[in-house]
Design a protein around this ligand. Structure first.
Ligand SMILES: [Zn+2]
Length: 463
């Protein structure tokens, strides 16, 4: 089936846009044409009413908790929220699933559960944890998931999960050496566990219970120390190292320095680090509790610079919703669930507060939400740009609609957000995944493609 998307604009250089038509055949873009080129013929014409069309967002960091923790999220609810947020492909973490994706059989099991539920395309992270390394054939298990096509391998230097425990320096070195051999990148939760454990113990035993006491248990130094360790291990092993959810300006400086040194190191930050600081944590409490935790206004400013300059490679949400309200209001900031839902708001947030406020260009928005994550996960020949040969993943975006974020209107399972009440300008009107309508907001309601229409996407190249 040939489709011709007409009456639309696409991003060009900087903040420029140009009018175009997008020709799609069999779910792939076959041409970008100037309006009125070509002769129509036997094709479906889809008039987008002058909307801005962006490449489908790739959210490289989500926790959809399925199978295993489906009181927090399910693959159905998570991918519905993704579709409503213009996200055509999510990359789901291996640790918040039971059994964790640390071997081929767990990957197969997860796929059998989530495939029938997916409303958008998805990739999977694999992982290595202390639990999996306790088995003598952990390298064989790592090879199984790398060869199956996971996007990247997740490890923790500090984990709060008994089912996916953190690794020490020598274990990290062994995983990096193996990953380098297999040609798969390693994504690292980088916080200094000894420092955080010691501070946590001290603060909790002193009876400190304010949100900022939790922040004090995970200071900037925890991330800075850990990133410095990873930079050294990257240098020693040659592995492709990616730091997830960077929240600290000086950690970003270390990543930028590693790049200057020619090391294969990269980083992502999250909308909550760009949007909020410790002052917001003091005001909002557990709703904004995440791990790592939001930092200072100076860190926030430096992160925006890093997103604009390319020192940070892309933005991902770390979408992780706790059961609401039970897990977010346990009676203590120490036991409240650490995580916020984010997949639905990333694109409108970055457009509104990034592009419209002059912090990043429209061209850079496309890079950090689509093109750069596609390259990192080895799917750049399939997704991440509006270009012939690639999947027709199209976000139909209204850049002028101003709207108010309301948690109750989100589509994920547990609906709360630190953005509650925020005015944003720019909103997703529809999403096409491989040329097929996955989401549409219409007068009188919303339309979603059926569950099971999302496809598993595998890493296509070695890093
Ligand atoms: Zn995460």
């Amino acid at each position: 089936m040939r489709q011709r998307f007409v009456n639309l604009r696409i991003p060009d250089h900087g903040n420029d846009v140009r009018e175009a038509e997008i020709l799609v055949d069999g779910g792939r873009i076959v041409a970008l044409a100037a309006p009125a080129d070509g002769d129509g013929g036997d094709e479906e014409r889809i008039d987008l009413g002058g909307a801005l069309v962006l490449p489908g967002v790739i959210d490289g960091h989500v926790h959809f908790d399925d199978p295993g923790f489906t009181h927090r999220e399910t693959f159905a609810s998570g991918t519905r929220a993704a579709a409503a947020g213009g996200v055509s492909c999510v990359v789901d973490m291996p640790c918040t699933t039971l059994p964790p994706v640390t071997r081929g059989s767990a990957l197969d099991n997860k796929l059998s559960v989530i495939r029938p539920k997916a409303h958008v395309d998805f990739m999977l992270w694999g992982g290595v944890c202390e639990n999996s390394m306790a088995e003598p054939d952990w390298r064989e298990h790592l090879r199984e998931i790398a060869e199956a096509g996971v996007g990247s391998i997740k490890v923790y230097m500090l984990s709060g999960m008994d089912t996916f425990r953190d690794l020490g320096r020598e274990q990290l070195r062994a995983v990096l050496a193996e990953a380098a051999r297999l040609g798969v990148p390693v994504g690292v939760h980088a916080e200094d566990r000894e420092l955080v454990h010691a501070l946590t113990e001290r603060l909790r035993s002193a009876g400190r219970e304010r949100p900022l006491d939790y922040a004090a248990s995970r200071p900037a130094e925890a991330e800075i120390n850990a990133v410095a360790t990873m930079r050294q291990l990257c240098r020693e092993t040659g592995a492709r190292v990616h730091i997830v959810h960077v929240g600290t300006g000086r950690a970003l400086d270390l990543i930028a320095g590693a790049k200057e040194e020619g090391l294969p190191m990269s980083g992502e930050t999250c909308p909550h680090f760009l949007a909020f600081t410790d002052e917001d944590l003091a005001a909002q409490g557990a709703v904004l509790k995440t791990a790592p935790v939001v930092k200072s206004a100076a860190d926030q400013k430096r992160l925006w610079q890093g997103v604009a300059s390319g020192e940070l490679d892309y933005v991902a949400t770390d979408h992780a919703a706790g059961q609401w309200p039970e897990e977010k209001h346990t009676g203590s900031i120490w036991t409240d669930y650490g995580g916020v839902p984010g997949v639905e708001l990333m694109l409108p947030y970055l457009y509104s507060e990034g592009v419209r406020k002059g912090r990043i260009t429209l061209e850079r928005l496309v890079e950090v939400t689509a093109s750069a994550p596609a390259r990192f996960f080895g799917i750049e020949r399939r997704k991440g740009r509006l270009a012939p040969g690639l999947d027709a993943d199209l976000v139909v975006f209204d850049p002028d609609e101003t709207w108010t974020v309301r948690a109750g209107e989100l589509h994920n399972l547990n609906r709360y957000t630190p953005h509650e009440g925020q005015l944003l300008t720019g909103r997703v009107r529809a999403l096409y995944v491989r040329g097929r309508l996955a989401y549409q907001r219409r007068a009188g309601g919303e339309h979603f493609a059926p569950p099971g229409t999302g496809e598993w996407v595998r890493r296509e190249s070695r890093c």
